[in-house]
Ligand binder design. Structure first.
Ligand SMILES: Nc1nc2c(ncn2[C@@H]2O[C@H](COP(=O)(O)OP(=O)(O)OP(=O)(O)O)[C@@H](O)[C@H]2O)c(=O)[nH]1
Ligand SMILES: [Mg+2]
Length: 388
C-alpha cells in the first residue's frame, strides 16, 4: 500500500488532518509535542471506477466504491512534531522518523497562519519549511553514512557489480528502487569509487533523493484563519504548495458521519437532521473554500499522486466480466507508476505470478499484451501465468 508520511513542526495541525482523513480520533491540542507516538491509519485516493463502463457494481476487497467513485486505500502516518536539531535527537521527532523511512510520499504540514507557540511563529525561514527539509536530510545522511567506510571498502572490491546495485543495499530501506538510483546518477556526478565519497557527497546524494525521487510537498494548514496578505506572501516565496484547513476537513467529516450532509465533498446538500447552527457554520466554511482558494486535502492528494506519475491498475482473472475467480468484480486496485509494465503488475500481484508470467490481456481492448506493455491509468488487466 502507498505510504504517506505527514511531518512538520509541532502544533501545525498534523494530527487534526490525520484524524479528519482517517476518521480515527487522536489527541489534538494547542500545545507542541501533543503527539508522542506516531499515529498510523488508512485514507483514500479517489478516482472514477471502471465499473461504470461495464454497468456493474464492483466488490472491492480493500477500500470502497461510492456512486462510481473508487476509494483506493493508502496508509497515512502522523509523526510527532520536528524541531531544529531533531536529526540529532532533539524533541520527539528523531526516533520516530524511522516510521516514514520507506514512505512513498512525504508531506510537510506547516502552519500558514504562523500563530500559536514559538515553534510555529513565522520567521525568516518561512514557517520552518527549510528547517524541516534540512532535518530530514541530515537524518537520512546520518543513517546512510553510518559505517560507510566499511561498506564502501567491501563493495569497491567487487568490480563486476554496478554502483547502482551496490548503493541499493544502503538505501533500499528508504523505499528506493534501483531505477531511482539510476535517475540520481544521471542527474548528478559522484565518484565511481564508493570509498572516495565524503560525508558531503552522501548529503548531496540524500538531497538528490529528496529532489528527484521523493520530493517533499509543502501544505499550508490553518488557512481558515490566514489573512489574504499572508497568503500572498507565502505565494511569493513558495511554489507548488497547497493551502488547506484541517479544522474544516474535520468539520466536514463529522457533519457527514453524523448525517447532517449527504456527501463528504463540498457539493453536499443538507439532510433533515441538520439544524440552523450547523448550516451557518457549514455555509461560512463553503464560502471560505471558494474565496480563499483553500483546497480539500483529497484534491491535494490526487494532485500529488498525478504529479508523481502514479496510476491505478485493476488486475482481474476474467477479461469479460472483469472479475476474480469467485465472480467479484474489480476486486483489487493497485497504485503503480507511469512507465511500469504488465510484468511489474504481475510481480505486484504475486512474486510467483511475476516469475511465471506468460502474457497479459488488456481487458478493455481484449488485446494480448506482452510483459513490456506500459500500463496506463485505469487499465484493467488479466495476467496469464504458469504459476501454481
Ligand atoms: N484554526 C485552525 N486550527 C487548527 C487547524 N488544524 C489544527 N488546528 C489547531 O492547532 C492545534 C494543534 O493541532 P494538532 O493537530 O495537535 O497539531 P500537530 O501538528 O499534530 O502537533 P504535534 O503533535 O505537537 O506535533 C490544535 O489546537 C488544533 O485544533 C486548522 O486547520 N485551523
Ligand atoms: Mg500531533
Amino acid at each position: 500500500m502507498l505510504k504517506i508520511g505527514l511531518i512538520g513542526k509541532p502544533n501545525a495541525g498534523k494530527s487534526t488532518l490525520f484524524s479528519a482523513i482517517t476518521s480515527i480520533d487522536v489527541e489534538i491540542a494547542n500545545y507542541p509535542f501533543t503527539t508522542i507516538k506516531p499515529n498510523i491509519g488508512i485514507s483514500f485516493i479517489k478516482d472514477v471506477c471502471p465499473e461504470t463502463e461495464i454497468k456493474a457494481h464492483c466488490n472491492p476487497r480493500e477500500g470502497k466504491c461510492v456512486d462510481g467513485v473508487r476509494y483506493v486505500p493508502v496508509e497515512i502516518i502522523d509523526v510527532p512534531g520536528l524541531i531544529e536539531g531533531a536529526s540529532e535527537g532533539k524533541g520527539m521527532g528523531n526516533e520516530f522518523l524511522d516510521n516514514i523511512r520507506d514512505a512513498d510520499i512525504i508531506i510537510n504540514i506547516f502552519d500558514s497562519a504562523g500563530n500559536g507557540d514559538k515553534y510555529s511563529q513565522s520567521d525568516g525561514n518561512l514557517y520552518g519549511i527549510d528547517l524541516i527539509r534540512d532535518e530530514i536530510l541530515k537524518w537520512m545522511k546520518n543513517k546512510i553514512y553510518k559505517d560507510w567506510q566499511k561498506f564502501a571498502r567491501k563493495e569497491d572490491l567487487d568490480t563486476e557489480e554496478r554502483i547502482e546495485s551496490k548503493l541499493l543495499k544502503k538505501v533500499a530501506t528508504f523505499g528506493l528502487k534501483e531505477r531511482d538510483i539510476f535517475l540520481i546518477m544521471s542527474k548528478d556526478h559522484f565518484s565511481s569509487k564508493l570509498f572516495e565519497w565524503t560525508e558531503d557527497d552522501v548529503f548531496r546524494f540524500c538531497n538528490d533523493i529528496l529532489t528527484y525521487v521523493k520530493p517533499m510537498f509543502n501544505v499550508g494548514n490553518k488557512s481558515d484563519i490566514v489573512d489574504n496578505e499572508t497568503m500572498e506572501r507565502i505565494n511569493e516565496r513558495l511554489n507548488s504548495h497547497y493551502f488547506i484547513s484541517a479544522e474544516y476537513e474535520l468539520i466536514i467529516e463529522k457533519a457527514f458521519a453524523n448525517g447532517y450532509i449527504d456527501k463528504d465533498s463540498l457539493d453536499f446538500s443538507y439532510t433533515d437532521k441538520s439544524g440552523e447552527n450547523q448550516k451557518k457554520v457549514l455555509e461560512k466554511m463553503k464560502e471560505d473554500y471558494k474565496v480563499k482558494k483553500i483546497s480539500r486535502f483529497f484534491d491535494v492528494l490526487t494532485d500529488i499522486i498525478n504529479k508523481l506519475g502514479y496510476i491505478i491498475i485493476y488486475p482481474v482473472l476474467d477479461e469479460n466480466k472483469w472479475a476474480d475467480k469467485n465472480g467479484n468484480i474489480l476486486p483489487d486496485s493497485f497504485l503503480l507508476k507511469n512507465g511500469d509494465t504488465a510484468l511489474d503488475l504481475a510481480y505486484r500481484v504475486h512474486t510467483d505470478i511475476g516469475k511465471n508470467f506468460i502474457r497479459a490481456v488488456n481487458c478493455r481492448t481484449k488485446r494480448i499484451i506482452g510483459k513490456d506493455y506500459k500500463l496506463l491509468n485505469n487499465d484493467v488487466i488479466k495476467i496469464i501465468s504458469n504459476s501454481r
